[in-house]
Write a protein of this length. Structure first.
Length: 263
């Protein structure tokens, strides 16, 4: 470093005159503080003043896109907006479910899973979609054959969010599966299987929310409001389920700008 520059940038590790052994070797581990500081200075002097990063331009061809939406939820169809009392009751029920789950998590985690239950790895998006929704919903098969009605085939109808299953899921897995199902819901219809899993995953989501989870649940509430607004048959059971998810996201997880105005 030039002397003039050195005056403007004082040393962070000043080393005064010190008696270093004549046989001082900077390549061997230092034996004294003075030898350590001297070795640091020698190593620093070997690096150039300016370092230029080597960037592969091929990796920059695909421009990343970030979709950011700050809009609220679409209002419920006329006559289907939930009352404030109903919303408060749902929040209270949900809070009780979460407390019970946390209290008994170790117990349910210790329960043996049935031999036919194989939980996918956290990063297996397609595996989790099929596990939660079943082949019938995932592959959009309208109905089961007569032979399949003789018994429940969970590989086809999806595994329910049993406590013995969700209690084994880490927070990272909970967030990942929530992301997978919200992604699927972004292009598909709402189903009871999806609704059960969304409720269970929200019940497992720890507070305070991580930024990723915060973004996911807001995306979920908006999607629910979109589907609700387009509900032509005015299926009360489905609208109620969509209202419930919007209610939990907005009022339990404190996303009040997404809340439904009480009817």
């Amino acid at each position: 470093m030039e002397p003039g520059v050195e005056e403007l940038m004082p040393r962070l590790l000043p080393v005064g005159d010190c008696d270093l052994a004549e046989d001082f070797d900077p390549t061997v581990p230092p034996r004294t503080p003075q030898e350590y500081l001297k070795r640091v200075q020698i190593e620093a002097a070997r690096y150039p003043d300016v370092v230029v990063a080597q960037i592969d331009p091929r990796k920059l061809k695909k421009k990343p896109t970030v979709n950011i939406s700050i809009s609220g939820c679409q209002p419920a169809p006329e006559g289907y907006s939930p009352t404030l009392k109903w919303q408060q009751q749902q929040v209270a029920n949900f809070s009780a479910v979460r407390q019970s789950l946390n209290k008994h998590r170790n117990h349910w985690r210790s329960q043996h899973l049935d031999s036919n239950v194989t939980m996918p790895k956290s990063e297996d998006e397609e595996g989790w979609k099929k596990f939660c929704l079943g082949e019938r919903v995932y592959s959009e098969i309208d109905a089961l054959s007569d032979n399949e009605n003789l018994g429940i085939d969970y590989l086809k109808v999806g595994f329910p969010p049993l406590l013995s299953i969700v209690s084994r899921m880490s927070q990272a897995t909970v967030t990942s599966v929530l992301e997978y199902l919200i992604s699927w819901f972004g292009e598909k219809k709402f189903t009871p299987e999806l609704g059960r899993w969304l409720y269970a995953l929200l019940a497992c989501l720890e507070k305070p929310l991580l930024p990723e989870a915060h973004s996911l649940i807001r995306q979920l509430a908006r999607r629910c409001s979109e589907v609700r607004a387009l509900e032509e048959s005015k299926n009360e059971e489905q609208i109620s389920a969509l209202n419930l998810i919007i209610c939990l996201v907005s009022r339990y997880f404190d996303q009040r700008d997404l809340a439904d105005e009480p009817s």
